[in-house]
Design a protein around this ligand. Structure first.
Ligand code: UTP
Length: 308
């Protein structure tokens, strides 16, 4: 069955970016000149998805406005001869059908997914967590769709993480089927290094079968009193086979300040226009940083408190 629909989970509080996320959805944070969530929409459109259901919550209306037409802006740009910019602004809303549903209380990712149940219906679909970005996101998704076609069942995107990081992720117990393709034997949420069956961590792209909805409806709140998607997946794994694809290329976690900065620099350095200048600037700063301090102590933050 062709996968036509996707869910983008964008209802979380974004506490790691407070106070910024008090009024601004973290999905609207920029990565270069686009908001984070646009990369998800582009990836889905590129992989042939026809409709995305974005799960939002209070204070996230900026996402809806962003993917809507902006006739005055388009006209102003066209009148000023900025035809390319005008087209770029219009293209943002034409990539695929986007609709929205609110998660009325932030009771976890599993709970958020249930809000999309009626819009998805009885067909397999993609779930995207927009904070997780892949260098080759479109290809990763298409490869996951191939695996779903071949084996059926759910398919999870995964990537190898350092030993020190296994405690931060859902970790897969893998049985290798072919290059980068695994059958998931078990799934452990945030294990200790000793418990971890591998260092293959689940990342924010999933192909899910619709039976996940019924399972989540009957999954009690787990960690943080939230309905956890991983708890639902563990239950689903007992019923039907599940697969994982080890994504190629870099992955960025834009859900924390350090990760977002890393993603920003990585993307900017690859950009043919701003990359070379940014590289010079970074090298100059690193030299300054290594030079003996004259006035202020090197250890003093430039903006106190910013990285708390
Ligand atoms: P995170 O664990 O990153 O939480 O959610 P968060 O709220 O986005 O950010 P922090 O940790 O407070 O800084 C993982 C994904 O699940 C979604 C988020 O939007 C993100 O895509 N989510 C989480 C929901 O949609 N609803 C929830 O109740 C919780």
């Amino acid at each position: 069955m062709k996968i036509r629909k996707a869910v983008i989970a964008a209802a979380g509080w974004g506490t790691r970016f407070l106070p910024l996320t008090k009024t601004m959805p973290k999905e609207m944070l920029p990565l270069l000149n686009k908001p984070i969530i646009q990369y998800s929409i582009e990836e889905l459109a590129g992989a042939g998805i026809e409709m995305a259901v974005v799960i939002t919550s209070q204070g996230k209306r900026a996402i809806e406005d962003y993917f809507d037409r902006s006739p005055d802006l388009e006209q102003m740009l066209a009148e000023k001869g900025m035809v390319e910019k005008s087209r770029e602004v219009r293209d943002v809303c034409n990539m695929l059908d986007v609709c929205y549903v609110r998660q009325k209380e932030q009771l976890g990712l599993g709970h958020a997914l249930l809000a999309a149940r009626n819009m998805i219906g009885n067909e397999p679909f993609v779930l995207v967590l927009p904070d997780d970005l892949f260098e080759y996101g479109e290809q990763v998704l298409m490869r996951m769709m191939d695996i779903h076609r071949q084996y059926g069942g759910c398919v999870l995107a995964s990537a190898r993480v350092a030993d020190k990081d296994v405690t931060r992720y859902g970790i897969i117990g893998p049985e290798e089927l072919s290059n980068r393709v695994y059958r998931v034997k078990n799934l452990i949420e945030k294990p200790s290094l000793a418990e971890a069956p591998s260092n293959l961590a689940v990342m924010g792209r999933y192909i899910l079968t619709p039976d996940i909805f019924e399972i989540l409806m009957n999954t009690p709140p787990g960690r943080n009193q939230e309905i956890q998607l991983t708890d639902g997946l563990q239950r689903l794994l007992k019923r039907s086979p599940m697969f994982a694809y080890e994504a190629e290329g870099e992955r960025y976690d834009a859900g924390s300040l350090a990760g977002w900065l890393d993603a920003t620099f990585a993307m900017a350095l690859k950009d043919p226009v701003i990359g070379p200048e940014l590289k010079q600037s970074i090298m100059r700063r690193l030299q300054l940083d290594n030079a003996p301090a004259k006035t202020a102590s090197k250890d003093q933050p430039v903006l106190p408190g910013i990285l708390n």
